[in-house]
Design a protein around this ligand. Structure first.
Ligand code: CA
Length: 238
């Protein structure tokens, strides 16, 4: 299941949200401030963020700007008491994917969260899938349909998050060659950095986390992702 980061300084709400989302089988990690969240995002791979704006220290909007500059494609849902139209517009203009005001309905939050994560998995432009003649790659039991960004193992769909897909596609496209850390980070940076910002020092340990996840998903196959010390990773030819 996707991993969500909840950034919220209200301990009661944070507990309640965490409990409910875990019941829905999300993996959940939490932060109470922008500083905590930023530190966490550099070591832990997440698939989406639920972001409060009124936080102690730096405002939640600062985290949103940071995320857009560093992990461009990561979906962010703002969950805040700020219900002014100007606040909503500012949040969406700064790159939030959705905006929900407190008090909120849990079922609506769930539905919007699901929709947001679903959208994040879809390519911006859909092309004909391999079923209708689009490009695809097969290595052993693994088949990648590049147009629909779908992977199957022996015909069974492989559940992948957007970044897992991007990493796997890169490894498959260059099977037998070394894919460097920079190659992966470049593929992950869906958009250019914010104007005036230098190249993002993206999540130093996040890549290892994703490689670990992919290895687990390819566990029962003849496909091996090798660690090439100091260089990067290589998908070995089966
Ligand atoms: Ca708050």
């Amino acid at each position: 299941m996707p991993t969500l980061l909840i950034v919220e300084d209200d301990a009661l709400l944070l507990d309640a949200l965490t409990g409910q989302l875990k019941q829905l089988e999300y993996d959940v990690c939490t932060a109470c401030s922008v500083a905590q969240a930023t530190a966490l995002l550099q070591t832990q791979a997440v698939d989406g963020i639920i972001l409060d704006l009124g936080l102690p220290g730096a405002d939640g909007m600062e985290l949103l700007t940071w995320v857009r500059g560093h992990i461009a494609g990561l979906p962010v849902l703002i969950l805040t008491a700020r219900d002014g139209i100007d606040d909503r517009v500012a949040g969406l203009n700064a790159g939030a994917d959705d905006y929900i005001t407190k008090p909120f309905n849990m079922q609506e939050l769930q539905a919007r969260l699901q929709a947001m994560l679903r959208r994040a998995r879809q390519p911006a432009f859909t092309q004909p899938s391999s079923a209708s003649g689009g490009p695809s790659t097969t290595i052993g039991a693994l088949l990648l349909d590049h147009a629909s960004q779908a992977a199957t193992l022996d015909g069974t769909p492989l559940e992948l998050t957007q970044r897992e897909w991007e990493l796997l596609e890169l490894l498959v496209n260059r099977c037998g060659e070394v894919v460097t850390r920079d190659d992966v980070l470049a593929a992950w940076r869906a958009g250019p950095p914010e104007p005036g910002q230098s190249a993002p020092p993206l999540a130093s340990n996040a890549l290892e986390v994703y490689v670990h996840r992919l290895r687990k998903k390819l566990d029962d196959t003849s496909l091996t992702i090798r660690n090439i010390r100091g260089l990067g990773y290589m998908l070995e030819k089966p």
